[in-house]
Design a protein around this ligand. Structure first.
Ligand SMILES: [Zn+2]
Ligand SMILES: [Zn+2]
Length: 291
């Protein structure tokens, strides 16, 4: 059935919240044999509803191991007698990047999309252009990047990887289906650029703590979201630090950050991360030549 649209059904888990919008989307893909993506938390009523709707389940897939997506997967697999696949989940068969998973006439490609978490994967059905994004792209609002398992450098790379797929529609882990996949990915990249520019301009005025930056950048958001915003600002600062454009001056999490000028390697002229005189590959090369 390559090239045909598989029926895709959404079952909403009853776990609405700040991170989860109206709840986690459990996706049922196909008709005779189905894939079930992200059974959600271990909520027996939800799992029973999904089992009834999904019919003959060929495989259970997990996008990442967060508590709103993964804990129901193993119990659901047992309930319907189907194997469970995940990049990182105890009791599941391990997925690898680029792998194809098949069930009946369904065929999904595993796309490793670290960033929201390091184990995050998306699933792509090339025939219909359907892309299941978990928490990498949501139906509404932005994805939350919480260091250290969350990593903005990797996240941006993952968004570009998804862009290269040429997907038609996005079936997210939370929120409604996105019918213009490319537009949403462009929007997501632009949003991060905008946030980064705000942080860079805050640091240009002098050293700042994360709390001070959040007060200014998230001034029009309710105070309740400020702790989450602080994690997101930290993710941006870590990206800037990685690029040599910012550094932490205090040791603690509530310490100040300052702008810095990227240094260049004294051997090859490429940007250097951190405080060294040479880039990583030159350091390694020099060590090896010294034996
Ligand atoms: Zn998540
Ligand atoms: Zn989630």
């Amino acid at each position: 059935m390559i090239g045909s649209l598989q029926p895709i059904r959404r079952m909403l888990a009853p776990n609405a919240g700040v991170y989860t919008l109206e709840g986690t989307n459990t996706w049922i893909v196909g008709s005779d044999t189905t894939f079930v993506i992200d059974p959600g938390p271990d909520i027996p009523e939800h799992l029973a509803d999904v089992a009834k709707e999904a019919g003959s389940v060929g495989a259970v897939l997990v996008t990442h191991d967060h508590p709103d997506h993964a804990p129901g997967a193993i119990p659901f697999g047992q309930l319907v007698g189907a194997p469970v696949y995940a990049f990182r989940l105890a009791g599941a068969t391990k997925l690898s990047a680029g792998q194809r998973v098949r069930a009946g006439d369904l065929d999904l490609t595993v796309i490793h999309t670290p960033g929201h978490t390091s184990d995050h994967v998306a699933f792509f059905e090339a025939g219909s252009g359907a892309l299941f994004t978990g928490d990498t792209v949501l139906g509404r609002g932005t994805s939350f990047i919480d260091p250290p398992d969350g990593d903005l450098v990797q996240y941006l790379r993952s968004l570009r990887r998804l862009m290269d797929l040429g997907a038609r529609s996005i079936y997210p882990g939370h929120g409604p289906v996105v019918l213009r996949a490319r537009d949403r990915l462009v929007e997501y990249l632009a949003h991060r650029d905008e946030r980064e520019a705000q942080i860079v301009s805050a640091l240009a005025e002098g050293s700042r703590t994360i709390a001070e930056m959040v007060e200014v950048i998230y001034a029009d958001h309710p105070k309740e979201v400020h702790p989450l915003a602080a994690r997101s600002v930290l993710a941006h600062l870590e990206k800037l630090a990685h690029e040599g454009r910012a550094e932490r001056t205090g040791k603690a999490d509530d310490g100040a950050w300052t702008a810095s000028t990227p240094r260049t390697c004294q051997r090859c002229g490429r940007p250097v991360k951190g405080k060294g005189r040479y880039c990583d590959s030159c350091t390694l090369a020099m060590l090896q030549s010294e034996g």
